[in-house]
Design a protein around this ligand. Structure first.
Ligand SMILES: [Zn+2]
Length: 341
């Protein structure tokens, strides 16, 4: 059982991971606290993103000789593969740590096995301490690395009747300033922002976080065979262009580029295809209190011919954002559907 000091250290390690600069990308947010045998905190560290040392290494370096016989409390199972920074299991063993307490098992098939390696070397290991809280640090990342393609969030901003543009194609500012501001924050939490080439040609989007002080920008991604016009605003940002109509393939390619979370911002062709192929993990739907009538629907034909074929989402939250309404939804958990109560 984890001691009170260890549970407190895990709370601190989670907070450290939350505060770290670690941008959304190939690496998860991780925090680590080193405890002396008497339960006092010796040092701590957090991971700041790909190419920088892992949290355990940061904390061990700060602890120096005091790590011998100490307990390492870490939010994620220490890695055992040799990446750019070397496996943390080795660093923990070299430092002479005698006990390791971690929250979440590593979902990455290439990096898992850290707990086993530590136990085999005689270290006392305890898993699952504050697991649910620590899981929240890297929810999308965990899903992505366990299956090999990014966590997909589909964002739609539409009128009450589900239209994203009027008949003449004008679509700017359907939702209000507050909702648009929120979308900038969503971009800041995503490894990539994805649109179809049709949206680039129609709307000429920039897809950046334009809030003051924004230091990180997601990778812009364009799907489709047509060329991104040299004069478009996006061309200057050198988007990653995936010349395919197979979105499953496009997502796997994104993952190979280190993208674990992707925000899909349009348009209807991409939204329709993602929904039809069951590739959406989360829907964030902004509803503007307006009716457009005729016009461009947010989603096209899904091949549904009768109401029984409709897939319902689970609503996870409903909030007012300025004059608009935001509904967060997730597809019903796969495997549970139709399985008893
Ligand atoms: Zn590591």
């Amino acid at each position: 059982m984890a001691s009170t000091a260890e549970v407190q250290a895990m709370t601190d390690a989670i907070a450290l991971a939350q505060q770290a600069l670690c941008p959304p990308g190939p690496n998860p947010r991780v925090g680590c606290v080193i405890l002396a045998p008497d339960g006092s905190q010796v040092s701590s560290g957090a991971h700041e993103g790909a190419g920088t040392p892992h949290a355990e290494v940061v904390a061990l370096q700060a602890a120096g000789a005091a790590a011998r016989g100490a307990t390492a409390v870490v939010t994620l199972e220490p890695c055992s593969h040799t990446g750019r920074t070397g496996p943390c299991t080795e660093a923990l063993l070299d430092a002479g740590v005698s006990r390791v307490v971690f929250a979440v098992c590593d979902p990455n098939p290439q990096a898992a096995g850290g707990a086993e390696a530590l136990r085999a070397a005689g270290v006392d290991v305890e898993a699952g301490v504050l697991e649910a809280q620590a899981q929240q640090l890297n929810a999308g990342w965990g899903v992505a690395v366990s299956r090999g393609w990014p966590f997909v969030t589909l964002k739609i901003a539409a009128s009450l009747d589900g239209k994203i543009a009027a008949r003449d194609g004008t679509s700017r500012w359907i939702t209000g300033e507050e909702a648009r501001e929120e979308v900038h924050a969503l971009r800041a939490q995503s490894g990539a922002v994805l649109v179809g080439i049709g949206t680039v040609l129609a709307d000429d989007p920039v897809l950046t976080d334009r809030r003051p002080g924004a230091s990180y920008q997601p990778i812009p991604v364009v799907v489709g065979r047509r060329e991104v016009p040299a004069k478009s605003q996006l061309a200057a940002r050198e988007p990653l262009q995936l010349r395919t109509h197979d979105l499953r393939e496009a997502l796997r390619e994104l993952f190979a580029h280190g993208v674990t979370t992707v925000l899909v911002e349009g348009g209807p062709t991409i939204a329709t295809q993602l929904l039809r192929d069951g590739l959406v993990d989360q829907v964030i739907w902004y509803i503007a209190p307006t009716v457009i009538g005729g016009g461009l629907p947010a989603v096209g034909d899904l091949g549904i011919t009768t109401i029984a074929e409709v897939e319902r989402f689970d609503v996870t939250s409903v909030t007012r954002v300025g004059a608009d309404i935001r509904v967060d939804m997730a597809p019903p958990a796969k495997g549970i559907k139709g399985g008893g109560n």
